[in-house]
Structure formats: C-alpha cells, structure tokens
Design a protein around this ligand. Structure first.
Ligand SMILES: Nc1ncnc2c1ncn2[C@@H]1O[C@H](COP(=O)(O)OP(=O)(O)OP(=O)(O)O)[C@@H](O)[C@H]1O
Ligand SMILES: [Mg+2]
Length: 249
C-alpha cells in the first residue's frame, strides 16, 4: 500500500536517506528498527509529506505523495493516524481538545459525540478522565499515550507510530503494544511502527525492516530477524558494542 523507491535526503551535506527502498504491506504491521540518528523519523516525515524528498518517490494508494498539492495532501492525511516521537501535542489545547481535534476538523460530530469518542480513546490508553489537563501538566509517558489516543481517532487506514513506547515502563509498554495489535486487528489498518523496543518489535511485527545509514539493510519476518547472521542485525539485537555499528563517531 505504501511503496518507497530510491528515497534520498541530505541535510547540510549530511546524507540521511540514501536510496532507501521499502514496501509497507497493506493491512499488516511493519516495524522499523535501527540505531539512533539513522533516518527513521526523517523517513516517517517523508511518508507524511512533511519533508520533500531530494530524489525518489513515495507511492500511497497509487499516488506520489511528494507531488501532491497541499489540498491533495490534506485529503490523504485524513487517512493517516500519526503519533510523532515527541507526541507533538498542541500545547495551548487541553488533552480533550487535542484528541478531539481530528473529529472537529474532519467530521460533523456534535460536541457531546466528540466528548464521547475522546473519553473512549482515553480509556483505551489507560488515561480516563484527564480531558481537562493541559499537556504541560502531563508526564512524558502520559503525553505519549495522549498522542497515541489522538493517532487512533477516526479509525485511520494508515497508522504511523514513531517510538510509541519509548519512556514508558515495561508493563505500560506491553499494554501499548497490545493496544496497537488490538486496534490493528480490528481496523486492518496498514501500520508502521518505529521502535527501539526489540521485544515489542517481535511481538508486534508481521514484517520487520532494519535501517542503517539511511538504507534498509535487512528485511523479513520476525523469525528471519531472529535467525539471521547478518552482523548489523545481530549487533543491534544483542546490543553489543563490537561490530559494524559504531555509536560514537
Ligand atoms: N530538519 C532537519 N534538519 C537537519 N538535520 C536533520 C533534520 N531532521 C533530522 N536531521 C538529521 O538527520 C539524521 C537522522 O535523524 P532522525 O531523526 O531521522 O533519526 P532517528 O533514526 O529517528 O533517530 P532516533 O532513534 O534517535 O529517533 C540526524 O543526524 C539528524 O540530526
Ligand atoms: Mg527518531
């Protein structure tokens, strides 16, 4: 459903995406893993049409995202539920207004109906009753879950999660992974999760891809990841210092 062909991006002479190819299968969960600073968030922003590629293309539903007008892009984004790495909540809006925002923007639901939807989404992420709080009053983990609730609003066809469980405790991490699985199984959305949580990745993924130096270096099922002897994958999964990934350059 989403095809990425030869995607390139350079920031101030630094090559971040280097001819990246990836197919994100429809109605499945794809998990992208990879070291910090290797272009995972930049890739997600390209899929959202927030960054224009230098070369290459992103095809969604047969359309090239990077050539769409702002109006066409707005239409496409209605299908997308996105949870950014830093939650990206609107700081001047309450939690309730943040989660209700997609409904207020794109539907004709009444205030009561929106409140009902918001309450249900907050319940799903384990934060019932915090509608009136402002983002600045939340812990990092709470912000994350509010961002997640907003991404799930309106049953999007495509779900993009950038590090949905980073900063959460192990039990909450499992709960959020289970929620993503459950929502995806119900909606059959095409789901892309960027994650450092290796156990979670294995629990969630139908398909996995590892990104390193702006390229996909390994792709396959969770079983193929567990079995491969590819040195990049092995070093990353085992968290070893020795190997081709040099964290301190
Ligand atoms: N808007 C920008 N302008 C300049 N450089 C950028 C910009 N966005 C990202 N970069 C650079 O691109 C590289 C990749 O960043 P990105 O955020 O995609 O990493 P990441 O793989 O998501 O890392 P992490 O696991 O830490 O979230 C980094 O070196 C970063 O400094
Ligand atoms: Mg990132």
């Amino acid at each position: 459903m989403i095809e990425i062909h030869s995607l390139c991006k350079t920031f101030k002479g630094q090559k971040v995406l280097d001819n990246l190819d990836l197919v994100i299968p429809e109605g499945r969960i794809t998990v992208i893993i990879g070291p910090t600073g290797t272009g995972k968030s930049v890739l997600m922003k390209h899929i959202m049409g927030l960054i224009k590629p230098e070369c290459g293309e992103i095809i969604y539903d047969g359309r090239n995202i990077s050539t769409l007008s702002d109006k066409e892009l707005d239409e496409v984004r209605k299908h997308f539920g996105v949870c950014f790495q830093d939650a990206a909540l609107f700081d001047s809006m309450s939690v309730g207004e943040n989660i209700g925002f997609p409904f207020a923007m794109h539907t004709k639901l009444s205030r009561e109906q929106i409140s009902h939807e918001v309450a249900e989404l907050l319940r799903e992420v384990g934060l019932s009753g915090i509608e009136a709080k402002m983002p600045s009053q939340l812990s990092g983990g709470m912000r994350k879950r509010v961002g997640l609730a907003r991404a799930l609003a309106m049953n999007p066809k495509v779900l993009l999660f950038d590090e949905p469980t980073t900063g959460l405790d192990p039990v909450m991490t499992s709960a959020i992974n289970a929620l993503i699985r459950q929502v995806q199984a119900k909606s059959r959305a095409t789901c892309l999760v960027i994650s450092h949580d290796i156990q979670g990745a294995f629990a969630l993924a139908d398909h996995m891809a590892m990104i390193f130096d702006g390229r996909i270096v390994f792709e396959g099922t969770p079983e193929e990841f567990q079995q491969t002897q590819d040195p990049l994958v092995r070093q990353f999964l085992e968290g070893r210092l020795e190997g081709p990934i040099n964290p301190i350059q």
